[in-house]
Design a protein around this ligand. Structure first.
Ligand SMILES: [Ca+2]
Length: 120
């Protein structure tokens, strides 16, 4: 993920390798929500990937989202859920400052580099 233009960050949610399994007998149906918070406006933008039906512990999404960056102190919360009929199960989440995400996502040549984030 990465690719920073002036003022815009493009984040591609590619895939996950999940150690948690919230299902006992069937495969999980994972999706990700991304909450973008600016310093002045919490919850400025929230997006959701599609559900990877029966994606189990190795879901793939390959979906791109754009966010308007106000400051490198903006932060993003990525949360993985397992879609269920009534109440979706929380699989895990991770909180990142945009500045930290940008520096993780650009290699020494200044090119876009895939980044792996650890869920908690
Ligand atoms: Ca499920």
């Amino acid at each position: 993920m990465g690719n920073v233009l002036p003022g815009i960050i493009t984040i591609e949610l590619v895939s996950a390798s999940l150690t948690i399994n919230t299902e006992m007998f069937v495969k999980m149906d994972p999706y990700v929500t991304v909450v973008y918070n600016t310093v002045s406006q919490p919850n400025k933008k929230t997006v959701k990937t599609k559900v990877h039906k029966s994606g189990g512990q190795t879901p793939q999404w390959n979906e791109k989202f754009e966010f308007l960056v106000e400051s490198m102190d903006d932060n993003i919360i990525f949360t993985v859920f397992d879609k269920d009929m009534f109440f979706d199960d929380l699989v895990g989440n991770v909180f990142m400052r945009v500045g930290a995400l940008v520096s993780k996502s650009i290699n020494a040549d200044g090119n876009d580099a895939p980044t792996t984030l650890d869920l908690f």
